[in-house]
Design a protein around this ligand. Structure first.
Ligand SMILES: Nc1nc2c(ncn2[C@@H]2O[C@H](COP(=O)(O)OP(=O)(O)O)[C@@H](O)[C@H]2O)c(=O)[nH]1
Ligand SMILES: [Mg+2]
Length: 280
């Protein structure tokens, strides 16, 4: 990563997120093909943290994208986590950097689900597309606010089904309530990914967002914020690991825990004492 880092920062990173089965993989496949026709190279990181049986889902994604896997201008990396979410956003961000350094023009991050971990993973993206489907009743209420807030673009996929108008209205109402300070109003598109319908329009929407990011300096703002978060996370991780191994090597960790548990010491004082002694 040390050697790759200088070569990163060139790709445009697109997050694709939304509930399982919404058609994210199908849509990513179609978007990727469209970029390939434009002569752009594509990287895809598919993250599936949902189940210990994710092998099946990942295989499914591979099959849905199997034409792409034959294209040397496309690299697909599936990331299964088998239930452990720790550090996944870091690993995803690192994988994106590797694809970026390898010269891919566009990189997709596809996540499965609508929880905080997906929000964290998708923070590595410049443009985030939230994929929703009609006909799930009041489903938009059930989707975590976090995932809606990170949406730069909304795709109502499976627009061949009933309930498109209603979902569209719900999204627009939510966007009305969610007036953020940034002067980008997320746009809502309708797609039928399985038939490639609406894909050109969605690509145009993504391009429009890229234009906005560049024009408004929002891109550099976002990237600076991301770099700061990454730096702090890396520092925290390394310091944590270093301090832990030092304490463990003294053999005093258990005694410390016991003294806290018996209220002889409090953890706050102990931590500041330990840090002071390490920093010295
Ligand atoms: N009717 C309909 N089915 C679709 C559409 N897009 C995808 N699908 C199907 O929905 C299922 C789930 O798609 P997939 O891309 O794996 O969803 P993901 O879990 O969000 O990645 C697959 O059987 C797709 O063929 C669409 O626009 N309309
Ligand atoms: Mg998928």
């Amino acid at each position: 990563m040390q050697q790759l880092y200088p070569h990163t920062g060139k790709a445009h990173v697109i997050g694709i997120t939304g509930p399982p089965g919404a058609g994210k993989s199908t849509l990513t496949d179609k978007l990727a093909k469209n970029y390939r026709q434009q002569g752009k190279t594509v990287g895809i990181v598919a993250v599936d943290p949902t189940s210990p049986f994710s092998g099946g889902a990942i295989l499914g994604d591979r099959i849905r994208m199997n034409e792409l896997t034959l294209d040397p201008g496309v690299f697909i990396r599936s990331m299964g986590t088998r239930g452990s979410l720790g550090g996944l956003s870091r690993k995803t961000a690192d994988t994106v950097k590797i694809l970026d350094a390898s010269g891919k023009d566009v990189i997709f991050i596809e996540t499965v689900g609508v929880g905080q971990s997906e929000v964290d993973i998708v923070k590595a993206a410049d443009t985030t597309v939230v994929v929703l489907v009609p006909g799930l009743g009041d489903d938009i209420q059930a989707i975590k606010a976090g995932i809606l807030e990170i949406g730069d673009i909304f795709a109502i996929n499976k627009a061949d089904r009933e309930g498109v108008e209603r979902l569209n209205t719900e999204i627009e109402m939510m966007l009305d309530l969610n007036q953020s300070s940034v002067d980008w109003r997320p746009r809502v598109f309708r797609t039928v990914a399985s038939r490639s319908t609406g894909v050109d329009e969605l690509i145009a929407g993504i391009d429009e967002h890229i234009d906005y990011l560049n024009r408004s300096e929002e891109l550099s703002k976002r990237r600076i914020q991301r770099t700061k978060n990454e730096l702090l996370a890396l520092l925290e991780e390394q310091i944590g690991r270093h301090v832990l191994s030092k304490i463990t090597s003294t053999g005093k960790l258990d005694a410390m825990v016991l003294s806290i548990e018996q209220r002889e010491k409090d953890p706050y004082t102990l931590v500041s004492e330990l840090l002071a002694s390490f920093l010295r």
